[in-house]
Design a protein around this ligand. Structure first.
Ligand SMILES: Nc1ncnc2c1ncn2[C@@H]1O[C@H](COP(=O)(O)OP(=O)(O)OP(=O)(O)O)[C@@H](O)[C@H]1O
Ligand SMILES: [Mg+2]
Length: 323
């Protein structure tokens, strides 16, 4: 099982393979999740201690070797000593530095009118299957809307309509004064898989210099040659980070976010939650993650497939987990 969900792992696994990118090895722990976390912490502490000791010894040896080199009769001994110091250091396992964390942020919203996005009477059917009918949405400046519903209820369908990516069968979507939309797609279909990470950023932010774009990508943990990878080869979490970073320079004042915390490791997820909580523009959020709803502090919710828009109440939080 591969998962970022600690509670799920704790209840399922009794063995953990830790792929340590720093040391380029796989450590096998025959332990459950929580015991593994503790054991790994202990191992990392031990490695740090070993390194500190060896470095101290090697430093003393080198200092002594330097002194002895000055005397012609002792150059060989000095060389041996220096070699011993090098060996001490090279035999050490790499010590893990702190994991890098993406610094996720959202755009500074461009000014807009009181209600930047309105939709009235939206319906959609595929063949004889009606997904939803007569849905009305009004997104005020800075407002927070949660869209809830079970798998297949039509949440992505509705968001794609609001984003202008899908034409409704009936009804219409109306852009208010100054609307700038930012759309984060559940399946990342806004990314061009043939193009590189940097090219995707250029397409999203035409007026920015490559230096600025690389800086933003760096904050989202794409550095050096990473930016030249085609988007198609990226891991799930990397695609999420790239799609989120394309929003940063958009000036969007209404963000349509379709399950933006999927695929993310717990630390990166916290960053996204933080960005959601602090974004001053309007957000329409689809999620099955109760933490994301708490970060959003919704003022309204739309329940699909009914399409009724209600004032938010914390009772709905239970629905988020169900849905
Ligand atoms: N092009 C299509 N042709 C036929 N059916 C479609 C098409 N696109 C979507 N659907 C159907 O519409 C329904 C709603 O899909 P949608 O992706 O909006 O669900 P969702 O609420 O986002 O679900 P999830 O929680 O799984 O993301 C699903 O039953 C889906 O199979
Ligand atoms: Mg969906």
């Amino acid at each position: 099982m591969i998962s970022h969900d600690g509670a799920l792992l704790e209840s399922v696994v009794n063995k953990v393979w830790f792929l340590d990118a720093t040391r380029s090895v796989v450590d096998v722990y025959n332990l459950g999740w929580k015991a593994y976390l503790e054991a790994r912490e202990t191992d990392e502490r031990r490695r740090r201690r070993e390194r500190a000791n060896a470095e101290k010894k090697a430093g003393a040896l080198m200092a002594q070797a330097d002194k002895m080199r000055a005397k012609a009769t002792k150059t060989v001994a000095a060389q041996n000593m220096a070699r011993r110091a090098e060996k001490l250091i090279s035999g050490l396992e790499e010590v893990r530095v702190a994991d890098r964390v993406a610094k996720v942020r959202f755009p500074s919203p461009a000014p807009c009118g009181k209600t930047p996005l309105t939709a009235t009477g939206l319906s959609k059917s595929y063949g004889s299957l009606e997904i939803f009918a007569d849905v009305n949405v009004a997104v005020d400046r800075g407002s927070r809307v949660a869209i809830l519903g079970l798998n297949g209820a039509g949440k992505t369908t509705l968001l794609r309509m609001l984003g202008g990516l899908l034409t409704p069968d009936t009804g219409e979507v109306h852009a208010g004064h100054g609307l700038r939309l930012g759309y984060y797609a559940q399946e990342h279909e806004t990314l061009d898989v043939e193009r590189t990470v940097l090219e995707n950023m250029r397409a999203a932010a035409v007026e920015q210099s490559d230096t600025d774009l690389r800086k933003i990508l760096g904050a989202f943990l794409f550095s050096g040659d990473d930016v030249n990878k085609p988007a198609g080869v990226l891991s799930g979490g990397e695609k999420t980070r790239l799609a989120l970073s394309t929003l940063v320079c958009s000036g969007a004042n209404v963000l349509l976010l379709d399950e933006p915390t999927n695929n993310l490791d717990p630390v990166s997820r916290e960053q996204v939650l933080d960005a959601i909580a602090n974004y001053p523009g309007a957000i329409v959020l689809v999620t099955h993650d109760p933490g994301a709803v708490l970060a959003l502090k919704p003022d309204r919710a739309i329940l699909l497939p009914d399409g009724d828009e209600d004032a938010w109440s914390d009772d709905l939080l239970e629905l988020v987990e169900l849905a």
